[in-house]
Design a protein around this ligand. Structure first.
Ligand SMILES: N[C@@H](CCC(=O)N[C@@H](CS)C(=O)NCC(=O)O)C(=O)O
Length: 87
């Protein structure tokens, strides 16, 4: 990001909004961090921690906290991280 690579044509072909992250899995391309994490959790259930359940109520709770992270935590945490990193 410091060298603005995320605004180059090559990167814009991965994320048209010119933002990090962008993700490639073979010829499959994705952007939006939470879509990427869900793709990995669903696509690679055999590896790492079990993040997906067939229990509807468990998955609902996971959705609730993903929404909380996106809309309550991230806006404030991103601003603080950015300010701290630019000191
Ligand atoms: N909703 C997006 C937000 C992505 C985002 O805000 N990325 C920031 C870095 S964390 C960025 O690329 N900022 C530089 C810019 O917008 O030019 C996601 O979750 O992936």
């Amino acid at each position: 990001m410091r060298s603005s690579q995320h605004k180059t044509e090559a990167f814009l072909s991965l994320n048209p909004f010119g933002q990090v992250p962008a993700f490639e899995d073979g010829d499959w391309k994705l952007f939006e961090s939470r879509a990427i994490t869900q793709y990995i959790a669903h696509g690679y259930t055999e590896k790492g921690n079990k993040l997906i359940s067939h229990d509807t109520k468990k998955m609902a709770i996971i959705s609730v906290w993903m929404e909380v992270e996106a809309h309550q935590f991230d806006p404030a945490a991103s601003k603080l991280t950015w300010e701290h990193g630019n000191r």
